[in-house]
Ligand binder design. Structure first.
Ligand SMILES: [Zn+2]
Ligand SMILES: [Zn+2]
Length: 382
């Protein structure tokens, strides 16, 4: 296959991206998206297996051999009212592709096209289209539905666009790439009463305020200084008037860490601090966990393979090593727990930030993204 043939196909790929952008759907609801993309790949003759995590599917290009590679794209959108003014803007008010998953999906379609027109490799390429990356952990659901039992992979890779990184530049690091995240709802139960008679009450506001402060000591006193962690109390709900002591206070907390042991410690210490601090005021604490995503852990060999493919294909400047992990999180981490691989950023250029109403995926990446994935697969099977 010549580069010229792929260039001739590019306008169609841009059109596919724009059509995906017009039909944003939230996690586990990506029915139109899934039907549209699976239909294209089936028409091209790929083997499509649906029914993973409601809307997820795998398209396989089997060129024999024993080894297999998995390439993953996410498909879900976000509840944001689009303000790009683009001709291909969302047709669904209040919902938009503000994280570029339309672009990730289109890049994977482009990679499938390139590999399909390239007879020169021996192996199995599994194109994994995943729902619900943003909040619900679609990757974990696909794995629970037997993804890697039915489609064993020797390595898995994923790309995420990155505003602020030069267009078409790749970036990654071996080891921790993105943080783990867990969330907790902490309810502090006291005994309310008249604001003038605190002695007759157990004030949950004071107890909860003290918990907020004590939780920050987990970072300064429990996390080793060489490691990273974040404790954010993003919401503190209590009371209704200045002269009433309420019965309870509710805190919404997120915990992030780039090391699995630190993650485990933060969760454990949060429980201890919450209960002990509450008890010291005569109050009671209850912690309800929403277990989140693990640390996105890049395999060093897979990361080096991807970096060398980038350098050899696009020049040495095209790969920018990432020196520190990002404190955001990513559910591709679940796949990397099962199969070695790497997660890479691909520069979206000087665009609006992810998860904002003016963000749009950079169509310029529809050439480079598939070219990279194509070269990666060929190198992997070489
Ligand atoms: Zn996102
Ligand atoms: Zn995203």
């Amino acid at each position: 296959m010549t580069e010229a043939a792929f260039r001739a196909f590019l306008p169609d790929l841009v059109d596919i991206r724009h059509r995906l952008h017009q039909m944003p759907e939230s996690g586990f609801e990506e029915r139109q998206t899934s039907d549209f993309v699976a239909g294209i790949l089936e028409d091209w003759g790929l083997q499509v297996t649906r029914g993973f995590a409601v809307t997820g599917f795998v398209a396989t290009l089997d060129r024999g051999g024993d080894r297999a590679i998995g390439l993953r794209a996410d498909m879900d959108a976000l509840p944001i009212l689009e303000e790009t003014g683009a001709p291909h803007a969302s047709r669904t008010p209040g919902m938009m592709h503000a994280c570029g998953h339309d672009g990730h999906t289109a890049m994977l379609v482009g990679a499938a096209w390139r590999l399909l027109h390239d007879a020169d490799f021996r192996g199995k390429a599994h194109f994994i289209f995943q729902p619900a990356e943003e909040t619900a952990g679609g990757a974990a659901r696909m794995i629970a539905d037997g993804l890697f039992e039915r489609f064993p992979c020797d390595a898995v890779f994923a790309l995420h666009n990155y505003p602020g990184l030069a267009t078409g530049r790749f970036s990654a690091r071996p080891g921790a790439m993105m943080a783990a995240i867990d969330a907790a709802t902490l309810t502090v139960r006291g005994a309310g009463g008249h604001g003038a008679r605190p002695e007759d009450t157990i004030d949950p506001v004071v107890a909860a305020a003290s918990i907020v402060m004590a939780l920050q000591t987990m970072i300064s006193r429990n996390v080793p200084p060489q490691e990273a962690g974040v404790v954010t109390v993003g919401a503190f709900h209590a009371g209704s008037a200045c002269n009433i002591i309420p019965d309870e206070a509710v805190l919404e907390i997120s915990l992030r860490a780039t090391d699995p042991a630190v993650r485990e410690m933060l969760c454990r210490r949060l429980e201890t601090i919450a209960h002990a601090q509450a008890a010291s005021y005569g109050a009671e604490a209850r912690v309800d966990w929403q277990v989140g995503y693990p640390v996105t852990m890049n395999d060093p060999a897979a990361t080096e393979l991807a970096a060398s493919v980038v350098r050899d294909t696009f020049g040495s400047d095209a790969f920018a090593p990432l020196d520190k992990p990002m404190m955001g999180s990513e559910d591709f981490a679940f796949m990397l727990e099962k199969v070695p691989g790497a997660y890479l950023f691909l520069g979206n250029g000087d665009s609006a930030g992810l998860h904002t109403s003016r963000y749009d995926f950079n169509d310029g990446l529809l050439e480079r993204g598939p070219a990279f994935l194509h070269a990666l697969v060929r190198r992997f099977f070489a």
